[in-house]
Design a protein around this ligand. Sequence first.
Ligand code: ADP
Ligand code: MG
Length: 189
Amino acid sequence: KQARLPWIKTLEQFDFSFQPSIDHKIVRELAGLGFVERSENVVLLGPPGVGKTHLAVALAVKAAEAGHRVLFMTLDRLVSTLMRARQENRLDRQLQQLTYPKVLVLDEMGYLPMTREEASLFFRLINRRYERASTLLTSNKSFMDWGEIFGDQVIATAILDRLLHHSTTLNIKGESYRLKDKRRAGLVT
Ligand code: ADP
Ligand code: MG
């Protein structure tokens, strides 16, 4: 299977004691994959390094092991894929292809703002997948700031409406795992 995961991470490798803001019970519930059966979404929010991508990949790995078709993409990559498809007059086919995976991980929303055209293509994908398949989204921006990412509050609201209707949000508040050893060594404060 071509899941295109950036690397394999598992839930077993995740140190929950390092990130006490994460409700372990919610993650255990998600690991049972009921959300995939019900085509529900998962949104992982938090600052850099708190384990958003790790958890999203770990859930995708679980889903792949259970036989579901899984696809991983950064949001940046998704947007350029959709824009290219539109230019080449095959947007519909591309949207169809991206609706097919039962689990789609969209990583790193919010680092780059979108144009209105890009946001509307993203909306079309979310709308297609709505109640059909699960989308796992990671972002360093809180929902309040999504209007800024999409450059348009109306599109942001429409996207949030579809995305959050059946969903679980994990709001991770904590320290970067990447910096923990450096901090311990006194390299950063
Ligand atoms: P984010 O996507 O939130 O920026 P990542 O998921 O990429 O963060 O995590 C950064 C690195 O730290 C990765 O190598 C990840 O596996 C590791 N990591 C983060 N949080 C934990 C944790 N609680 N336990 C074990 N490894 C972690
Ligand atoms: Mg990440």
